[in-house]
Design a protein around this ligand. Structure first.
Ligand code: NAD
Ligand code: MG
Length: 379
């Protein structure tokens, strides 16, 4: 029996994680859940899965939830609540599925407490990859990817050592605007950007997919997870989202992992690894798919991908700053404060203003993140 805590249970990944757990009640038990502001859904989830701790974004919502739940369920809030969910004594597996660098400290505390991690929250690795990976090594904790591309690479690598790897090839659907020119991008609205062709996901990652920053964040995520230099991490546009990513080995053999675009497949694999369990999902019918397409991803068309490679290669506090600026820029675009192309403008301007600090400790990371957010908010 795996005892699971979920950080971000009310989000797209959180809800799908609970769906996987619902399919296998004899394998998994939910011991703690945490969400932000959707208190109604948290109450519903708590009544169904009966965790011993529920955490919510603030004290007012905690009061409301307390009134609806039986006394034996402890209701907490804020940062403290997240940490208690992440370190629950009975928990042995934490699904890290909060959006943004807000997931960093709870994920680190779960690692510190020796819990295995199923990682959806890529911003955690982008913002503090060296600290997270070092802590995981020290505590002998495994970090199993949930992001579909990284799950694919993880599955392709199974049993192989990364020294035999020539390169990894991360696939990208292209996002909502893949068929628009840069000229056409000047006019696009948040509503149009939120309309992803292949995946239904949270708002932030859907915008990141449209700017291609999501792929950039995934390149950095892969760098840390698989300990590969950026020269060995390539990206390719693949409209169908059927091949979730590939590994090319030294002998030029390429392994690819294919499947229906359904996040429950990588989520469940993280939960069951190294075993596999049946999952109720649409099987992939290659005869229906027929043809798979591959196109180059141009850094002129998608500057955010270039920013991410630059930040990853330069390292230090630059990835943290890129990530913080991106989070603010995306939020401002969604609020209608800046244009779609304004997102990349904000990110590149904040990166330019930043004096990179190498080998930053956690405190320096948190300061750099805050600095980037402040600058990006005023721009
Ligand atoms: P989402 O917006 O749907 O959900 C985010 C969750 O985090 C919600 O439960 C929200 O309440 C919670 N949350 C946000 N800020 C919080 C805070 N400060 N305190 C407590 N809870 C907070 O996002 P999502 O699409 O589920 O994505 C979650 C993470 O998984 C992101 O890092 C994303 O990049 C990654 N990811 C998502 C998908 C996907 O298909 N949705 C795929 C791959 C990776
Ligand atoms: Mg992904």
């Amino acid at each position: 029996m795996k005892n699971i805590s979920i950080l971000g249970s009310t989000g797209s990944i959180g809800v799908q994680t609970l769906d996987v757990i619902r399919q296998h009640p004899e394998q998994f038990r939910v011991v703690a859940i945490a969400g932000g502001t959707n208190s109604d859904l948290l109450i519903k989830q708590a009544l169904e899965f009966k965790p011993s701790i529920v955490s919510v974004g603030n004290s007012t919502l905690a009061e409301k939830i307390r009134m609806e739940l039986p006394d034996e369920i402890k209701v907490l809030y804020g940062q403290e609540g997240l940490i208690e969910v992440a370190t629950h004594p009975q928990c042995n597996f934490v699904v890290s599925a909060i959006v943004g660098s807000a997931g960093l400290l709870p994920t680190l505390s779960a690692i510190e407490a020796g819990k295995s991690i199923g990682l959806a929250n890529k911003e955690t690795l982008v913002t503090a990859g060296h600290i997270v990976m070092e802590k995981a090594k020290e505590k002998n904790v495994s970090i199993i990817p949930i992001d579909s591309e990284h799950s694919a690479i993880f599955q392709c690598l199974n049993g192989e050592i990364t020294s035999g790897v020539k390169r990894i090839i991360i696939t990208a659907s292209g996002g909502s605007f893949r068929d628009l020119s840069r000229e056409q991008l000047k006019e696009v609205t948040p509503q149009q950007a939120l309309n992803h062709p292949n995946w239904s996901m949270g708002a932030k990652i859907t915008i990141d997919s449209a700017t291609m920053m999501n792929k950039g964040l995934e390149v950095m995520e892969a760098h840390w997870l698989f300990q590969l230099p950026y020269e060995q991490i390539d990206t390719v546009m693949h409209r169908e989202s059927i091949i979730h990513s590939m590994v090319e080995f030294e002998d030029r053999a390429i392994m690819a992992q294919l499947g229906t675009p359904d996040m429950r497949i990588p989520i469940q694999y993280a939960l069951t690894y190294p075993k596999r369990l049946a999952l109720q999902t649409e099987p992939l019918d290659l005869l229906k798919v027929g043809i798979l397409h591959f196109e180059p991803l141009s850094m002129e068309r998608y500057p955010c991908l270039g920013f991410a490679y630059e930040a990853g290669r330069k390292g230090g506090t630059l990835p943290t700053v890129l990530n913080g600026a991106n989070e603010v820029a995306v939020a401002r675009f969604l609020k209608g404060e800046i244009s779609f192309l304004g997102i990349e403008h904000v990110i590149s301007s904040v990166m330019e203003k930043h004096h990179v600090i190498s080998q930053p400790d956690l405190e320096t990371i948190i300061e750099a993140d805050q600095w980037a957010r402040d600058v990006a908010s005023k721009m």
